[in-house]
Write a protein that binds this ligand. Structure first.
Ligand SMILES: NC(=O)c1ccc[n+]([C@@H]2O[C@H](COP(=O)([O-])OP(=O)(O)OC[C@H]3O[C@@H](n4cnc5c(N)ncnc54)[C@H](O)[C@@H]3O)[C@@H](O)[C@H]2O)c1
Ligand SMILES: O=c1ccn([C@@H]2O[C@H](COP(=O)(O)OP(=O)(O)O[C@H]3O[C@H](CO)[C@@H](O)[C@H](O)[C@H]3O)[C@@H](O)[C@H]2O)c(=O)[nH]1
Length: 436
C-alpha cells in the first residue's frame, strides 16, 4: 500500500519504518528541514534499539523516503498517518494545534479518497474535530480513523511489529477494510485488532496510560510505606505480582514516572474529565504523589548530609527517563540535577545515550563524564536515576577507587542488599532496608 506519515518523531519514524518493512511504500514528511536532510542521507535522528537496521534497509530498498513537501507525500497515499505532538497546553489539556493545523493543510491538497489515521494521543472527540476541518475545506470523501499507538520507547520496534493489540476507531467499513489489510502482517500470532468507535478508541489510549501510571504510583506509595514499617518492597512486589490478576509488570517502584507520555497523558485525561464536569479524583492523587516521589532521592541525600549540600560533589548515573532511549523528556534525573545544584552541590553525569540531549538542554550546569567510572571521580556519593543494564553489575572495586566515600543513593533498586553490606557501602534505595 502507499502510505504517508506526517511527523517523524519517536512514533512517526517507528511507524513509517515498520510499515515499510512489510512491503508498503512509505513517504514520511516533517517540517524540521535539518532532520529530513539527515534522514535522506541515512542518518537516524533518534536512538531506538533495532530501528537503525530497518531504517537503512528500507531506505536502500526505496520503500522509505523523507520529504518536507506535504503535497508530494500525500499525493498517491491511500492512508495518511498523523504522528504529531500533542503537548500539554497552559491548562494541562492536550494542545491540538499540530493535529488540526496539519488536517487543514492536508484538506486543501487532497483530490481523492483518503483514510486519515491519527496515531497521536488525543482527547475524546478529536476525530470529529478533524473530520469537521476536512468537511470545511474539501468535498473529497475522507474517513478519519483513530489508531492510538501503544509502543514503549526502548522496545518500540518490537512493540510495533508484535503489538499486544491494535486499536482502530472507525465506523466506516471502507476504512476498516483498509486498516485490517495494513495491520494484517503484524497480528499473525493472533493478537487482536480491536475495532471500535472513534471516541472509545481515543479514550482507550488515555485509559491505558493512566492505569499504568496509577499502578506505578500505587507501588511507589507501598515502597514509601515499606520504609516506615520496615518491610521490603521487593518481597511485596513479588508477593503481589505473582497473582495473575495483578501481574508482574509495572510494579517497580522508583523516583516517579517520567517520559513524554505518562505525565502529560494523566494530566490531559484529568483535564478532559473536568471539562465534562467529572471529578476524576484518583488521577489527581496520582499526579500529586508522582510530584512528591520525584523528590525522594534528593530528600534521602539531604537527610544524610543534614541538609547541607553546599560544596558536596555527586556522581549521577542515568539521565534518560528510562533505559534504552536517548529521550530525556520529563526525566526524573533532570529534577535531581536541579535540586542538587540549587542546594549548592556540583554534579558529574553519565548516561549511555542521553548526554547529547542533556547538554543541549542545560549546558554546563553539570560536568559530563565519558564513562560511568570517570563520573565517580572525587564524588561524595553516587546517585542512580536510570536502570541501564551497564549499571546493574558494575566493577565495585573500580568504583571504590574513584568515589571519595562509599555512599550510593539508588533510585532504581539495582543492587542486592547483602552484597552492599559485604562491600561495606552506605546504600539507600527505594522501599528497602537502609544499609548503613
Ligand atoms: N513517544 C512515544 O513513546 C509515544 C508512544 C505512543 C504515543 N505517542 C504520542 O504520539 C504523538 C507523537 O509523539 P512523539 O513522541 O513521536 O513526538 P515527537 O515530538 O518525537 O515528534 C513529533 C514530530 O512531528 C514533527 N512535526 C511537528 N509539526 C509538524 C507538521 N505540521 N508537519 C510535519 N511534521 C511536524 C516534529 O518536527 C517532530 O519531528 C504524541 O501525541 C504522543 O503522545 C508517543
Ligand atoms: O514498573 C515500572 C515501569 C515504569 N516506570 C516508569 O514509568 C515511566 C514510563 O515507562 P514506560 O511505560 O516503559 O515508557 P514509555 O516509553 O513512556 O511508554 C508509555 O507511554 C507510551 C506513550 O503513550 C505508551 O505508548 C506506552 O504503552 C507506555 O508504556 C518511566 O519513567 C519508567 O521509569 C516505573 O517507575 N516502574
Amino acid at each position: 500500500m502507499k502510505i504517508a506519515v506526517i511527523g517523524t518523531g519517536y512514533v512517526g519514524l517507528v511507524t513509517g519504518t515498520c510499515l515499510a518493512e512489510t512491503g508498503n511504500t512509505v513517504i514520511c514528511v516533517d517540517i524540521n528541514e535539518a532532520k529530513v536532510l539527515k534522514m535522506q542521507q541515512g542518518i537516524i535522528p533518534i536512538y531506538e534499539p533495532g530501528l537503525d537496521v530497518l531504517f537503512l534497509r528500507n531506505i536502500e530498498q526505496k520503500r522509505l523516503t523523507f520529504t518536507i513537501d506535504l503535497a508530494h507525500a500525500i499525493k498517491d497515499a491511500q492512508i495518511i498517518f498523523m504522528a504529531l505532538p500533542t503537548p500539554p497546553g497552559g491548562d494541562g489539556a492536550a494542545d491540538l494545534s499540530y493535529i488540526l493545523g496539519a488536517a487543514k493543510d492536508i484538506s486543501k491538497l487532497v483530490t481523492s479518497y483518503k483514510v486519515i489515521v491519527n496515531k497521536s494521543t488525543v482527547p475524546v472527540g478529536t476525530a470529529d474535530l478533524v473530520s469537521a476541518v476536512f468537511a470545511e475545506n474539501t468535498d473529497v470523501e475522507i474517513d478519519v480513523v483513530s489508531n492510538p499507538e501503544f509502543l514503549r520507547e526502548g522496545v518500540a520496534v518490537d512493540d510495533f511489529m508484535k503489538p499486544d493489540r491494535v486499536v482502530i476507531g472507525t465506523r466506516s467499513e471502507r476504512a476498516q477494510k483498509l486498516m485490517a489489510e495494513l495491520y494484517g502482517p503484524y497480528v499473525r500470532q493472533g493478537n487482536p485488532i480491536l475495532f471500535m468507535d472513534e471516541k472509545s478508541s481515543e479514550l482507550t489510549k488515555y485509559a491505558a496510560n493512566s492505569f499504568l501510571a496509577t499502578k506505578i504510583t500505587f507501588m511507589n506509595e507501598i515502597a514509601n510505606l515499606c520504609e516506615k514499617v520496615g518491610a521490603d518492597v521487593d518481597a511485596v512486589r513479588r508477593g503481589i505480582g505473582s497473582d495473575d490478576r495483578i501481574g508482574k509488570r509495572f510494579l517497580f517502584p522508583g523516583i516517579g514516572y517520567g517520559g513524554s507520555c505518562f505525565p502529560k497523558d494523566v494530566q490531559a485525561l484529568a483535564k478532559s474529565a473536568e471539562e465534562h464536569q467529572y471529578d476524576f479524583q484518583i488521577l489527581k492523587a496520582v499526579m500529586e504523589i508522582n510530584e512528591r516521589q520525584k523528590t525522594v532521592l534528593v530528600d534521602k541525600v539531604s537527610t544524610y548530609y543534614k541538609d547541607d549540600l553546599k560544596g558536596k560533589h555527586f556522581a549521577l548515573w542515568g539521565l534518560a527517563f528510562k533505559p534504552e532511549t536517548d529521550d530525556i523528556r520529563e526525566a526524573p534525573a533532570l529534577y535531581i540535577i536541579d535540586a542538587l545544584v540549587s542546594k549548592g552541590a556540583t554534579v558529574t553525569v553519565f548516561d549511555p545515550e542521553g548526554m547529547e540531549n542533556v547538554k543541549n538542554l542545560i549546558g554546563d550546569k553539570v560536568n559530563y563524564a565519558s564513562n560511568q567510572y570517570e563520573a565517580l571521580s572525587g564524588a561524595d556519593a553516587l546517585l542512580i536515576a536510570t536502570e541501564w543494564s551497564v549499571f546493574r553489575n558494575p566493577d565495585f572495586e573500580l568504583m571504590e577507587t574513584s568515589l571519595k566515600h562509599k555512599v550510593v543513593f539508588d533510585g532504581r533498586n539495582l543492587y542486592d542488599l547483602q552484597k552492599m553490606i559485604d562491600l561495606g557501602y552506605y546504600y539507600n534505595s527505594i522501599g528497602r532496608k537502609l544499609i548503613d
